[in-house]
Structure formats: structure tokens, C-alpha cells
Design a protein. Sequence first.
Length: 488
Amino acid sequence: MSREPDGRRRRWCPGLAMSAILAAVVLALSADGQNTDNVCGHPPVPVNAKLVRDGAKATFVCDDGYRLFGSESITCSSNGAWTGDLPFCGTNVAVHKPTNQSTTARGGSSGNANDGDPTTVHDGRRCTETLKEPSPWWSVDLLQPYPVRAVSITTRGCCGHQPLQDIEIRVGNSSAELQRNPLCSWFPGTIEEGTTKILSCARQIVGQHVFLQLVGVEGSLSLCEVEVYSTEEFSIDRCAPGSSSAKTDVAVFDNKCYEFNVNRGASFADARQKCQATGGDIVYGFRGSSSTFLAAELERRKSRLKTQLIWIGAQKEPGLTSRTWKWVNGDVITKPTWGKDQPNNYNGEQNCVVLDGGREWLWNDVGCNLDYLHWICQYTPTTCGSPDIKVNSTIASPYTFKVSSVIEYVCPEGHATQGSAKRTCGSNGFWTGSAPSCKYVDCGPLNGIENGTITLEDNGMTTFQIDGQIYLQPELQSVKWRRQKDMC
Ligand SMILES: [Ca+2]
């Protein structure tokens, strides 16, 4: 074997002239079922999923809190390609979001379809129901646009209610004209009673509103649970707040975790300290759709609250003349959303802020020492989910998925990375950028080697060498197809 003067093995790229030999090698290796790494390369892996490798089969397991859609495995075929559609791992972004429907009959309010209770029994008003009418519909407002991949529908299983027929799912940003939204899926048949049916969008659609409609049908729409799946949000399993018993009062929105501490009371300082003790802070910095989300989450808990004043992380300096409100991180609040007649600085000592259920969850200034108020903590995730991997690439180890850590994708020798090879785990729990792909670098035909010989090395596949004596001649030092890693 010839070596560079510095001892490195010299590598040569296979040109077109050698492709027939290579193809034969590939076929020989796959025929006896060996060495599938070389045949198909590393399999692609969808985001939020882990790979389980078993010979020619690659199986995917979703991260905690995500559900797998599609087939869980792909296989390496003898032609060197992974066959089968890659599944995806999504989390439900519809639960507890605001809902609406064409009409409401017999206690079947629209919110019953995303209350997290998948029962198929309507007794006790646990499913939705519209009047009997032409083309009845139900909708959910995700509060911000999400890329929607699939919708799961659980139908009512009792008492001879009509089965769902000709259901259409639309996803888009129009809340008023549902037919203007792009079609995600259409199911022309009948969905049996008491079953769960998954309808995948033909393609991923980004939208804030999801509509279900019995198109062209005169009837009553009754739904027991509707789940809307997206890959672009993390599940509450990743929130990991202080106590697991509080888990049922945790909700995720826009890549943040919120913990609703509505079963106990504390002063502002105590509440904030409790949030910080578990790695978070009292809720701050929110506006727009996040404000709407927090109000909706409080509203649905309203009947259980001992007080309707909920601490948020906004304060001003004590004193009658101080008028500047700041978030707890020091940022000045530019657009506080005060409720009616607020802030009134009653008694000159109201330097903290609550969301006030008596004022539609708008802001009210109150004294910081009231020690019986509820509060909301916010957390950012400590880790990212499993990153996606394009076919033939791998992630260089060692790596961790902790926030701020960096992973680096590597391609096999002879392949160049297309896109950024490095991704960072952001504080929002998602990897920056997108997974790069690997592209084979074709060095062109093997010109100018009439005086040389090329022999396959022992490992057969990728490494070539030229007779050492000729190899060192100056004119061959510069042949254009000399390969070093991914360059010719
Ligand atoms: Ca006040």
C-alpha cells in the first residue's frame, strides 16, 4: 500500500470508469445481506424520533409525548435505497384551545372535543353536538399558526347517533370563511361510531384554524375528541417543572411551558421564589397570542379558583410618582393590557400586577404582599428533542441534547455536506437550522493515468491506489480527481 510521505493513506476517487466495478461490489454485498451500512448508508431519521437499527431494517420510536404516524419502519433494499415512507412524530396542539361550532345542541358544547377526555360516551355531555342542519362544522383556534400533519377524530359510540359522513378537514388562517382554508384531508366514506380515525394531510399545511365539516350532508355533527398533530411544538413531557403532581396543570404554548399554580396561595415574592426554585420564573414577557392563551387556560379553570387574581411577573418601583412598569427580567413593558379602571394604585401601594378574572383576565395593579393569590410559572425546556437526520449522514459523537449544545453532522468519505453541518439546541427547545444532506462528489473521469495502475484495496468499496512508483511522479501529484475526504 502506498502512503503519503506523512504516513496517511492516499485515497483516490472512483471515476466513471470504475462505476461498473463499484456497482458489482455493492450488489455482491447486498446479496448476502451483509454490510447494509455500505449498501444504503445511514437511514434517514425524522425529527422527535430515535432510530433502532436491526440489520436491513430501521425502526423509529418517538420521543416521550409524541405519537408516531405512518409506518414505524423502513427497509434497506438490494438496490441500495431505503424503501418505505418515513413516519413522523407529532404532538397534539389542539387540547384546551378555543373552539367553535356551527350550532350547539343538548349540552354538546364545542369544547368537549378538545378537553383531553377521549371518551366515546356522550352521557354527561362529554362530546360535542350540533343541531341537525346542512353541512355542520366544528373548529379549533390553535392561537398561532402551526404546521399541521394529521388530525385524529374520535367519534361518538353510543345511542344511535348518526355516523360521520363525508368529513372534510381544512387548515388555514381564515376564522370566518372556513371554505377559504386549504384542504388537509377529505374522507368520503362513513366513520364508524365509537372509533378513532386518523386523517393525515396530503401535505403539511401551516395554519391557525382547523375546521371539520360534514360537507353536503344534512345532519348533526358530534365529536368526542379531536387532536391536531404537529412536529413543531414540544410535548409537556419536556417541561419537567418542579413537582410531577402539578403535571396536570402544565400547558405548552409557543415553545414555552406554563405551570398554573392555582391550588395554593402566596405573596408575589414567595410565588416568584417558588418558580425560580425549580428553574423557572414567574410568567413574564408575554403578549399577543400568548396573552390569549394564558387567559383561555385561566378561564377554563375559573370555577375551581379560590381567587381570581393571578400573579404575573410585572412590577414598578414603590412610590407615588413611579409609573414605569417592568417585567421581572428588567425589560420595560411597552404595552400593558390594563383592565377597566386600572392601574389605580389604590392606597398608593399597588406595585405588583395580577391577571384579574373579574376583568376578563386583563391586568390589575395590587399590593405585592397579598399572600393568598395564585400564580403562573414559566419554564423553557432544558433539552431539545431528537434531531432529524437525512439519509447517509450521522451525528458525530459525543453529543448531548442540552440547550446550547452543538451537534455536528458528518457525511461518509467522498460526500460533501449540503447545508450547515452544525446545529445548536436553542433555548426554545428546537435545533437551529435544518439537517444537512450528503451529496456524492463526482470527480469526473480518471484522466491521465495511462502510466498508472489502480487496484481495489482490501476493503473493496471506496479506496483506490496507484502503483507507488508512478504515484510519486510530479505530473500525477496534480491530477484533478485525487480525493481528500470530500474533495477531488
Ligand atoms: Ca388596582
